[in-house]
Design a protein around this ligand. Sequence first.
Ligand code: AMP
Length: 125
Amino acid sequence: MPIDPTLPYDDSNIFAKILRGEIPANRVYEDEWAIAFHDINPQAEVHILVIPRGRYVSWDDFSANAPAEEIAGFVRAVGHVARAHGLVEPGYRLLANIGRHGGQEVPHLHVHLFGGQFLGPMIAR
Ligand code: AMP
């Protein structure tokens, strides 16, 4: 079920549990601002999720409410993960689903990082 991105942050969401170490994740990167881990149901050869440590429901919440330092830290973390996985030269794709039309399932901001193969058309038809 897609989530409503206008609702307040819910600390019981699955990525909050991963951040608190309550459930395992296959982490590939972490710093002061963000953590990254493999998606449990990969849609491409490389499918990594990058999430801010902060409590933000969606890109909308994050872009409107996060301090500039936190936004910079998160954006840099995404770039770092892509470089660390050798994805810059072959290319890769970033995706953030927001709300119902985006099909967002987890109410903690996450960027999907896809790579390792040609990724096809931008939007499924
Ligand atoms: P979205 O539809 O953008 O909210 O995507 C949520 C993503 O989280 C999906 O690609 C799921 O496969 C992934 N996911 C859900 N639970 C976990 C988990 N415990 N560890 C890693 N990825 C997860």
